[in-house]
Design a protein around this ligand. Structure first.
Ligand code: AMP
Ligand code: GLY
Length: 446
C-alpha cells in the first residue's frame, strides 16, 4: 500500500508531550522507514532521552510563536501533539504551515474534549447515544437539579480539562450535592469548573474506541479497556488511567460497526455542519449498557494508557498513519495489529491521584525489562543531577506486555511491574479483570 502522497522522506518530526503515551508513540515512530530527525520533550520523561533530540523550546502557550520559528529553522515536517492542553491552546493552528503538517485537531475541533457541555450539545444535535444530562453555569441551578433528582444516582463533571480527575460518580443525593460544591463552590478544579455537567449514572462495562480521522476517512483502531479507578476491583477515586489492555473481547465487529455509524461518523459530521473539520485522533469513551453503547466522553487525542498496548501491537508505519491523518491522505495507508493481546500496568507514586512526593530513586528497571514480552514505557521519570533515575509524576511507568492470552499478558506485566522499585510505588494487579473474571468469550482468546 502506498505511503501518503505528500509525505517527505526523510520526515523530521517534533513530538509534543512527555507522558507514557508519548514514549510509546516515539518508540513506534522510531521504527518508521521515513523518519528523519525526531525531536522530543525529554526533560519531562527520561525514557524519551534515547529516542530523540530534546527540543529546546518551552511549550507555554505564550511562546508558541517562538516554537513556530524553531520548527521552521529545523525543517520540521510533522508536529505530533500528544496531550490535550496544547490542543485547547490551539497549538495545532499556530504550528500548521504549507510545508508542515500537524497531527492533532484545532482548538475548535478539540472543544469536543475541553468542553464537556459542548460535547453534550453536539451529541444531542447528532442523536449520538449518551447519558441523559444537562449543564449549568451557576451553583444554584446545579444544586436545584440535583435536589429535583432525589436519590437517583448521578455523575457530576467539571466541564473543562482536569486530567481525568474532575468526574465524580455519586451513589447518593448527598454525594452529588457535595460534588457540585467541589466543582462550583470551592472551585477545586479552577476554571475547569466554571460549568458543570450533571448526568444519569450509567452501568456497564467501559470501552475506549480510538479512531484516526483525516477529515473524511475514519480508521478505527482495535478497542481497548481502561481502568480509571485507583484501587483493585475498580474502587476509589478516578485517575488518568491505572492500566489498559487491547483488544477488548467486549467488542465484536457488530458493536464496532454500531460505534462507527452511531457515534464516530455522526460526531465528525456534526462538527462539519458547524464548519469545523476534525483531523486527528477521535476517542470515544463508551459505556456498554443493555440499551447499547453510550458515550461517556470524547477525547481528541490518543488515550493514556491505551496508546501503550496499542503501539506494541500496531503493525504498520505509525509515521505514515499520523502524517496521512494530518494531511487528509489517510485513505490507502495500510496497517494492522498483532493478534496477541497486550496489557499495560501503570506503576504509580504513593498518594496518586492525590498529592505525592517526587524525586524518589528508581531501581530494578533492567530486571523488569528482561521479563519476556515486556516493554517499559516511562511516564513520570527524570534524571537527577547525579544521573539517578527518579520519579517526577503520579504515573511513573506504563509496563506493557504482549502475551499469547490476556491472562499471560497481565501476568507478565505484573511480574515486571513488581520488579520496579521506588519508595511508595504501587500498581493494580487486576488490569483486565472485568473480562478475565467473567470469562467472556466474544472475540479474542483470553
Ligand atoms: P469521563 O472523563 O467523562 O469519561 O469520566 C471518567 C470516568 O467516570 C469514566 O471512565 C467512567 O468510569 C465514569 N463516568 C463518567 N460518566 C459516567 C456516567 N454517566 N455513568 C457512570 N460512570 C460515568
Ligand atoms: N485513559 C483515558 C484518557 O486518556 O483520557
Amino acid at each position: 500500500m502506498p505511503a501518503p502522497a505528500s509525505l517527505p522522506s526523510p520526515c523530521n518530526v517534533l513530538l509534543i508531550g512527555g507522558g507514557g503515551r508519548e514514549h510509546a508513540l516515539a518508540w513506534k515512530l522510531k521504527q518508521s522507514k521515513h523518519l528523519g530527525e525526531l525531536w522530543v520533550q525529554a526533560e519531562a520523561n527520561a525514557g524519551l532521552e534515547s529516542l530523540g533530540r530534546t527540543c529546546p523550546e518551552l511549550l507555554e502557550a505564550k511562546q508558541a510563536f517562538r516554537l513556530q520559528r524553531w520548527c521552521d529553522r529545523e525543517s520540521i515536517h510533522l508536529v505530533v501533539i500528544g496531550p490535550e492542553a496544547p490542543l485547547e491552546q490551539d497549538l495545532a493552528s499556530v504550528l500548521a504551515a504549507p510545508h508542515r503538517k500537524v497531527f492533532g485537531p484545532t482548538r475548535e475541533a478539540a472543544r469536543l474534549e475541553w468542553d464537556k457541555a459542548y460535547a453534550k450539545q453536539i451529541m444531542r444535535s447528532a442523536s449520538i447515544p449518551t447519558a441523559e444530562g444537562r449543564h449549568f453555569d451557576t451553583r444554584e441551578a446545579a444544586l436545584h437539579y440535583v435536589n429535583a433528582h432525589g436519590d437517583e444516582p448521578l455523575v457530576v463533571k467539571a466541564a473543562g480539562l482536569c486530567a481525568g480527575k474532575g468526574v465524580m460518580v455519586c451513589s447518593s443525593h448527598s454525594e452529588a450535592l457535595a460534588a457540585v460544591e467541589r466543582v462550583m463552590g470551592s472551585r477545586e478544579f479552577g476554571d475547569a469548573g466554571a460549568k458543570v455537567v450533571i448526568e444519569e449514572r450509567l452501568r456497564g462495562q467501559e470501552l475506549s474506541v480510538l479512531a484516526l480521522v483525516d477529515g473524511s476517512t475514519i480508521d478505527i483502531l482495535d478497542p481497548c479497556q481502561d481502568h480509571k479507578q485507583v484501587g483493585e476491583g475498580d474502587v476509589g477515586p478516578n485517575t488518568g488511567g491505572m492500566g489498559a489492555y487491547c483488544p477488548s473481547p467486549l467488542a465484536d465487529d457488530g458493536l464496532m460497526d454500531i460505534v462507527q455509524r452511531q457515534v464516530l461518523v455522526p460526531a465528525v459530521d456534526a462538527l462539519r455542519r458547524e464548519g469545523v473539520m476534525f483531523r486527528g485522533l477521535l476517542y470515544a469513551g463508551l459505556m456498554l449498557t443493555p440499551a447499547g453503547p453510550k458515550v461517556l466522553e470524547f477525547n481528541t487525542r490518543f488515550g493514556d494508557p491505551e496508546t501503550q498496548p496499542l503501539m506494541v501491537r500496531l503493525q504498520g508505519d505509525l509515521l505514515e498513519l499520523l502524517y496521512g491523518t494530518a494531511a487528509g491522505e489517510l485513505d490507502g495507508v495500510d496497517f494492522g495489529f498483532d493478534p496477541r493481546p497486550a496489557c499495560c500496568v501503570c506503576v504509580c507514586s504513593g498518594g496518586y491521584p492525590g498529592a505525592y512526593v517526587k524525586g524518589k530513586v528508581i531501581t530494578g528497571l533492567d530486571d523488569a525489562a528482561a521479563v519476556p514480552g515486556v516493554r517499559i514505557f516511562h511516564a513520570g521519570t527524570s534524571r537527577a543531577p547525579n544521573g539517578d533515575l527518579i520519579t517526577s509524576g503520579g504515573r511513573v511507568f506504563g509496563v506493557t506486555a504482549l502475551g499469547s492470552t490476556l491472562k499471560q499478558a497481565q501476568s507478565r506485566a505484573n511480574e515486571a511491574a513488581s520488579l520496579i522499585r521506588f519508595d511508595g510505588a504501587f500498581f493494580r494487579r487486576d488490569i483486565g479483570h472485568r473480562v478475565l473474571q467473567v470469562g467472556s468469550t466474544r472475540g479474542a482468546t483470553l
